[in-house]
Design a protein around this ligand. Structure first.
Ligand code: MG
Length: 418
């Protein structure tokens, strides 16, 4: 009989028996004592995610799940419930695994029914394997391979070391492949290889290794970069990539607030007098206004605007960026602060689309200057004039603004992903 007539008789063995030692320890430390193959992806345990994928393949006629012996009853029930709520339409069997991976595979193979000629062996810790990948493996078997496994070129240089951590050899990278699961095999030679391993005490980290040792040729088919094995706690982030990839970044709103004191009438301290600046708001000179005390040019409105832009960039605040202890910032035009904060917002991937600003001061009267301030800020933000609004208000004689000892300004900037 020719090989292709057997291709329909394939089963898949899904290994969920590994202790996942490193990950399990990390999870337990975090108060989450679950084994890694029971972690969830798309609302189901990892082993079920693999079962869904493999069940979509026409040639796959049944599934064997291998669980840790101590979890078997509980997991058999879980599989029953999952299959009841989301039937895969295939016969399924559940069995207990062994101490090593190869023991678990051997026990899983023992569950396969008569008539099963080929098997896919898959690690539940590789939930991202695609159906297309499994089909490539089965196609290689259909073409006559006894063993077919997915492999990807390695990007790291791999060193062979001895017990003293001294490099013994550097294999040529172009000839190396990192191999994955599902691995596909003709069942009879795989069973025979496992039997020999058992009888002769072989240790193997995958089934292909046993087939090699038993003298079979193992064919590599193209693997998938995304088909990673979840091994470390950092890998858990991979369980939620879909949300990250498909949720577009939303708009951001930055808020800024600033206060400056006025030069008090009759002030005589030369240090204070040295900090007095003619009032600038939004880059516009306000003639006849009280002088403002500042290290920079004292433009309260542009300082609030700068902080709003830094809020969009999540880049801290103006004091961090331009400390007033830095001589370089002495008398600095505040437009420079705005330009730098705008650059940072853009570098963070956001494009400001609207700014709404308010100056709070008892004096001077700002009504006549609002339009020019808005126009100047629109210019700084490279926005149309109608996208910027400047308001002015008093605090009814209350507080430091009411007492004409200073002024404050607030700014809100809205930005969209660039
Ligand atoms: Mg300031």
């Amino acid at each position: 009989m020719t090989a292709p007539t057997h291709t329909a008789d394939a089963w898949a063995v899904i290994l969920a028996a590994g202790a996942g030692a490193r990950l399990a320890r990390a999870l337990e430390a975090a108060g989450e004592p679950r084994r890694k193959q029971y972690l969830e992806l798309d609302g189901a345990p990892l082993f079920w995610k693999s079962a869904r994928t493999l069940a979509r393949i026409q040639e796959v006629r049944g599934l064997v799940f291998v669980f840790p012996p101590e979890d078997l009853d509980r997991m058999a029930e879980a599989v029953r419930e999952l299959d009841a709520s989301e039937p895969l339409g295939l016969p399924r069997r559940v069995c207990a695994g062994g101490a090593r991976r190869q023991d678990s595979v051997r026990l899983g193979l023992a569950e396969l029914p008569p008539g099963c000629a080929r098997v896919l062996v898959h690690d539940a810790a590789r939930p991202f394997a695609s159906a297309a990948l499994a089909r490539r493996v089965l196609a290689a078997l259909a073409e006559g391979a006894q063993a077919a496994i997915p492999g990807v070129p390695v990007t790291d240089t791999i060193k062979l070391v001895d017990a003293a951590e001294t490099v013994v050899q550097t294999p040529e990278r172009a000839k190396l492949r990192a191999v994955q699961t599902p691995q596909g095999f003709a069942l009879a030679p795989l069973r025979a290889a496992h039997a020999r391993a058992e009888a002769e005490g072989w240790d193997a980290t995958d089934d292909a290794m046993l087939m090699e040792r038993a003298g079979h040729r193992v064919r590599i088919v193209p693997g998938e970069e995304a088909n990673v094995k979840l091994t470390t706690p950092a890998d858990l982030a991979l369980l939620h990539p879909r949300a990250a990839a498909t949720t577009p970044p939303g708009p951001r709103m930055g808020w800024g607030y600033d206060v400056h004191r006025y030069l008090a009438p009759g002030e005589a301290d030369p240090k204070v007098l040295a900090k007095a600046r003619p009032m600038l708001l939004g880059g516009v000179a306000i003639p006849g206004a009280p002088q403002v005390l500042a290290h920079s040019d004292g433009d309260t409105l542009l300082h609030a605007l700068t902080d709003a832009l830094l809020g969009i960039a999540c880049a801290g605040d103006i004091g961090q960026l331009f400390p007033d202890t830095d001589q370089a910032n002495e008398n600095m035009p505040s437009a420079v602060f705005v330009a730098e904060a705008l650059r940072r917002a853009r570098a963070a991937g956001y494009r400001p689309v609207h700014a709404d600003l308010t100056v709070i001061a008892q004096t001077p009267r700002l009504g006549p200057h609002k339009a020019r301030m808005a126009a100047q800020i629109a210019h700084l933000l490279e926005l149309p004039a109608e996208a910027v609004n400047v308001k002015a208000t008093t605090e009814e004689g209350l507080g430091f603004t009411g007492e004409k000892r200073g002024l404050k300004a607030v700014a809100v900037v809205t930005a969209l992903p660039a």
